[in-house]
Write a protein that binds this ligand. Structure first.
Ligand code: GLC
Length: 416
């Protein structure tokens, strides 16, 4: 079945070779590089690509941008990679997709990783059956942003536990009219899974253990109940958060309307802009935990891979190597707040001079918790997205949501 599909796709690719791209690009090799929307000046990435082109005469690179949301990008890739499209060569892949894409035969194998060059989390995520199918581009982990000025004013410390956070948020929100306590990403999408797992994991809970689904546990019930209570009982989180992704929550905090924000490291750069209303007023801390647990930021991040159906395999591999190299990761960190996936850069004097907070993040990244690693991840996530969303929206109790998700995920993994 698969080989027949491959055969047809190959025929299609041969017939289309050279026809699918604009005429001005025929002759020279043009690589199409697909990646999500950048938050920052696109010229910084372009300047790096120009440098690659100068070092590779006869190779041009065209960038094509997809929406920022991981879920929308996944939809694009699932359709086009499945159809063996050769319309793009290099792609940015979310850390959770590599196993599934590699198993489907959609990504080119890239050889062995340099030992120790990348953080363990992303290095494991790009490896499928002992081989790398993508190279880590930048790494993400959930962080707690807080209004340093307000905590100082009221003599309060950044919270260590989720319960401390509720206490501090209520105290400050009670004194500053119009101020929300805590904003995060609660829309039914991949970001919600990242957020919810930070509560479960920081209470000793898990989704899978030794290949078994362990969602319906007392630790997870307590954790999801606390997350739901933020909105419905303690009211430190506005109900609008149940439809918020990264950018709307960042804007709310950036407009000075929230005391705490959970977001990825990229948000830091925006708050450093002198025109930002919160410029100079923001602190960063590890995410809170439950009293007996540990802070458990979700590991995120993006990798670069070569489309297995690309007609320009070698040039594409060279571009992936270049853009994930030390020099490129340093520049992208400064330009976009993309945190390097290479631990060596966390000791880099140039980077530390421009991004002083970077040094503290190495510890957070090293401790970040991956989402369940399974080639069925996207299906598992869809279940988690709908059940977590039902819980935080008050449509299902945390207990019922977890029991429901447990049954559905057992069915997915059992049928694999
Ligand atoms: C960030 C993370 C990614 C995650 C996504 C969810 O882009 O890097 O891993 O899936 O957010 O919204």
């Amino acid at each position: 079945m698969l080989s027949r599909r491959r055969f047809i796709a190959t025929l299609g690719a041969a017939a289309l070779a050279g026809c699918g791209r604009p005429a001005r690009e025929r002759g020279a090799t043009t690589l199409v590089f697909k990646h999500g929307k950048l938050f920052g000046d696109p010229r910084a990435l372009r300047a790096l690509i120009d440098e690659f082109e100068r070092a590779h005469p006869g190779v041009a690179v065209r960038e094509e941008t997809l929406p920022a949301s991981s879920d929308e990008q996944h939809q694009f890739y699932a359709i086009n990679l499945q159809a063996r499209s050769e319309a793009f060569d290099v792609l940015a892949v979310d850390i959770i997709w590599v196993a599934g894409f590699a198993r489907a035969g959609w990504l080119r194998e890239l050889g062995a990783l340099e030992p120790g060059a990348f953080f363990d989390g992303p290095a494991e995520a790009v490896t499928w059956e002992g081989k790398a199918y993508a190279l880590p581009w930048f790494v993400d982990a959930g962080l707690l942003y807080y209004r340093k000025d307000l905590l100082e004013k009221y003599g309060l410390a950044p919270p260590e536990t989720w319960h401390d956070l509720v206490g501090v948020a209520r105290e400050v929100a009670g004194r500053v009219p119009g101020m929300h306590g805590f904003v995060w990403q609660g829309k039914q999408y991949e970001g919600l899974v990242c957020n919810a797992l930070e509560y479960l994991h920081s209470n000793g809970g898990a989704v899978l253990a030794d290949g078994r689904v362990v969602l319906d546990s007392p630790q997870n019930r307590e954790a999801l109940a606390l997350m739901t209570d933020l909105v419905h009982r303690y009211r430190v989180t506005p109900a609008s958060v149940t439809t918020a992704t990264e950018e709307p929550s960042r804007h709310l905090f950036g407009q000075g309307r929230a005391l705490f924000l959970r977001n990825w490291p990229y948000a830091w750069r925006a708050f450093q802009d002198p025109s930002s209303r919160v410029h100079g007023k923001v602190g960063i801390a590890e995410l809170p935990r439950f009293p007996d647990g540990r802070s458990a930021p979700t590991l995120g991040g993006w990798q670069l891979a070569v489309n297995a159906a690309s007609l320009h395999q070698e040039e594409s591999k060279a571009l992936v190597k270049f853009l994930t190299g030390e020099k490129a990761q340093r520049r992208l960190a400064v330009a976009y707040g993309f945190q390097p996936a290479r631990p060596a850069l966390y000791r880099d004097a140039e980077l530390l001079a421009t991004q002083p907070f970077v040094g503290r993040l190495a510890r957070v990244f090293a401790a970040a918790r991956p989402r369940p690693v399974t080639p069925q991840y996207v299906r598992v996530s869809q279940v988690l997205q709908s059940d977590f969303s039902a819980a935080i929206s008050g449509l299902r109790t945390p207990q019922a949501a977890l029991a429901h998700a447990q049954r559905r995920i057992e069915a997915i993994l059992g049928a694999d």
